[in-house]
Design a protein around this ligand. Structure first.
Ligand code: 5AD
Ligand code: SF4
Length: 489
């Protein structure tokens, strides 16, 4: 069933554009919509509450999810809600969820459990789940069985239709929770309430056409769809004009940006186009898939002053057998060749990565290959995960007989190696001065924290008014994962 069939979309202008993706998704049609305030739904909400209703929205997961949450809040404000940070004061509680690992889901269930008493005190309270978990059949089943006080299961990409769904719920009082369809529309001009006044997330594409065997994302976020470059550029220019200092382009696989668009454009072209915008800002992006990361992209980063000289390139494993079983479509050698090229054309470039240990069938030898890759690349940051079985994925069918203890020992070994590598690298940073974006208060009174291009944090003494500005920081010492510095004269 399409989303249009389930909810009457009366608040959008609709344009349908043929989209011919090059990777086996021939003829996928992308509906491109423009958000318009849903006056009818706003009137229903106003007459129901008879005062300004209050919403609490909490996002879990990646930057894409955070940005979805910013849109949910933006739309709620647009139709008359106010936003609170206290669930106890809300008429509507929305958890915008993540499904990437079981642990992320457990956190949501824990938070939902804590709402049971609140719902008993306030029967008129609406509780909804949206985001990635809400697109899984098992979530709907579990909510029905164990969390009967949840009123709504919305999917991903629902901000624009949220007022309609709420109005429908309040007037029809339908109870049954249903698995929502994955909505593949691209909706422009959705209002957003940004979490930060100087750092912004800007989605350039949605969904994912890869089939990594462990990953739930393609199942919950649908096929890959790129936004038109003119829409991205418009939003980018607005952010720069509003004074945003760091713009992070987000998408499940930013490197395949442009596939299926009528315009001839790839990710590197988009980076160059956006960075023509005059102003004082820097650009980051995530996430890159190594199979689509090109030398052209590395060259673009190397020569453009607005682009942070840092690449987050999740490798997942250093073993070719495991990479093949993960269906990653590159080898460790391919990965290392790109990193070596990047180091050659841009010696100051740094790298970070995601690594998963304990994928079904990972042997000690496979794991040794991962350690060898980490030793060679010298990442500034590693995000490490123990494999988590996701129902519905291909890997969920594989036998997984490695004991949990072996997996946690491997993670510990990997982290120890990473600490050693960063410890050695950070000695080279001491005594040098680097530009940093001041992000927030430090751990000590009177201190601030700045982030370098390479994502490392530096703590230094300075006036809080400097928050959100670029400063040159002189690195003086290293304390664990944090560098200690001072503002360079
Ligand atoms: N189990 C463990 N980690 C996972 N990731 C994605 N799916 C899983 C899973 N099933 C990790 C990958 C990815 C990061 C966002 O989360 O390393 O790059
Ligand atoms: Fe979590 Fe992936 Fe969904 Fe982001 S896209 S919220 S990481 S499952």
């Amino acid at each position: 069933m399409s989303a249009d069939a389930q909810y009457s979309i009366i608040n959008v202008k609709l344009t349908i554009e043929g989209c011919f993706c090059q990777e086996g998704k021939q003829g996928l049609r992308v509906n491109r919509l423009e958000y318009q305030k849903n006056e009818q739904a706003a009137a229903v909400l106003a007459s129901h509450y008879k005062r300004q209703p209050v919403a609490y929205v909490r996002s879990f997961g990646c930057q894409q999810s955070v940005n979805d949450g910013e849109k949910l809040k933006g739309v709620l404000l647009d139709v008359g809600f106010s936003i609170t940070e206290e669930p106890g004061k809300a008429d509507l509680i929305l958890f915008n969820t993540c499904a990437v690992r079981e642990h992320a889901e457990q956190r949501v269930y824990g938070n939902l459990g804590a709402l049971k008493g609140l719902k008993q005190q306030k029967p008129g309270l609406l509780i909804g789940i949206c985001g990635c978990m809400a697109e899984e059949k098992c979530t709907v089943e579990k909510l029905r069985a164990s969390y009967p006080y949840v009123d709504l299961v919305l999917g991903t990409n629902v901000a624009d239709i949220l007022p309609d769904i709420l109005a429908d719920k309040l007037t029809s009082r339908k109870k049954a929770l249903r698995l929502p369809p994955v909505r593949e529309e691209i909706v422009e001009y959705v209002p957003q309430t940004r979490e930060s006044s100087f750092k912004a997330f800007l989605p350039i594409m949605h969904g994912c056409d890869n089939a990594c065997s462990y990953c739930i994302v393609p199942l919950v976020r649908g096929s890959e769809r790129s936004r038109a470059s003119k829409d991205i550029k418009r939003e980018f220019e607005e952010l720069v004009q509003q004074g945003y200092k760091e713009i992070t382009l987000v998408g499940q696989n930013v490197n395949s940006y442009g596939k299926g668009l009528e315009e001839e454009i790839d990710f590197s072209d988009l980076l160059s186009l956006l960075c023509e915008t005059p102003g004082e800002y820097q650009v980051r992006f995530m996430t890159s898939h190594p199979k689509d990361a090109t030398r052209k992209m590395v060259d673009t980063i190397a020569k453009n002053e607005h682009l942070c000289k840092h690449l987050h390139l999740p490798v997942q494993s250093g073993s070719n057998d495991i990479l093949a079983r993960m269906n990653r479509k590159y080898t460790a050698e391919d990965y290392l060749a790109l990193i070596r090229y990047a180091k050659e054309v841009c010696p100051e470039m740094t790298f970070s990565s995601d690594i998963m240990v304990g994928f079904p069938g990972e042997s000690e030898e496979d794991f040794e290959h991962t350690l060898a890759l980490v030793r060679e690349v010298r990442f500034t940051q590693l995000f490490t995960f123990i494999y988590s079985k996701r129902p519905g994925t291909e890997a969920a069918e594989l036998a997984d007989d490695t004991p949990h203890k072996t997996k946690s020992d491997r993670i510990a070994k990997l982290l120890a190696l990473q600490e050693e590598v960063v410890g050695e690298m950070s000695q080279n940073w001491i005594g040098n001065t680097y530009p940093a974006l001041v992000e927030g208060p430090g751990r000590e009174e009177g201190h601030l924290v700045g982030r370098l291009d390479n994502n490392m944090l530096v703590e230094f003494e300075a006036d809080p008014s400097l928050m959100g500005s670029f400063l040159p920081l002189h690195i003086e010492e290293v304390k664990g994962a944090v560098l200690i510095g001072s503002v360079a004269k």
